[in-house]
Write a protein that binds this ligand. Sequence first.
Ligand code: KIV
Length: 275
Amino acid sequence: MSVQSEVRRLTAPDIRARKGGEPIVCLTSYHAHTAAIADKHCDVILVGDSLGMVMHGLETTVPVTLDMMILQGRAVMRGSRRALVVVDMPFGSYEASKEQAFTNCARVLKETGCGAVKMEGGTRMAETIGFLAERGVPVMGHVGLTPQAINVIGAFRALGRDVAEWDRFEADAKAVAQAGAFALVIEAVAEPLARKITTYVPIPTIGIGASVACDGQVLVMEDMLGLSPRVPKFVKRYGDLGPGIDKAIADYAAEVRARTFPGSEHVYPMKAKKP
Ligand code: KIV
């Protein structure tokens, strides 16, 4: 009999069942090693398309490809054991039709082994989300600020600060929930709107810049660790790793130049000669 105890990975239904319960902790990760650390503390690891900006230095998430998401999704799956891993569908991989969405979501699920996908958009994506959910693809919705729409919206800004704007966002949230999404990211909306949406949608809301009223929170790991040069108002910096990395690399460079690294303790000695 095996003595190994298997860690059970959280599933989309587990997260769905957390509505109104213990807050859901979600963080982005794009690599195996950071995923292993996040896995100890988080319920959900999001392989966000923010990787285009954070890892690749792109100005927006628009150029991110499905292959980039699959590569990093696989790394995160290898590094984690317990958290539900959700992979973002990048711009252009799911909007054309529900069939296109199914083909590409199936590729993501098969090639990464992740437990769910995320896609941006409210009412306009409802039919697709329903189609996917009926065919075995758990979908996390994403409403409010949708960064993939940057070329239409013009700039990243907080939304719903005027009640006149609310109808659209409320309709989006309702449509995504009714379509069968298991959870909903709400990005950069005023607190009262996030609270209202959280109260009436039956699925957990996961806020990013949407207040403590949400059922859970998500942040971009590099933003909260102090590794991103510019961050939105809603980011709290829980660490300041930039100066530590800077010092470590400066010390390394200085020691290489001074020929003090590698020292004798980092060198392989010859085998002792047999008598
Ligand atoms: O891509 C991402 O990291 C995201 C979060 C900001 C929610 O979508």
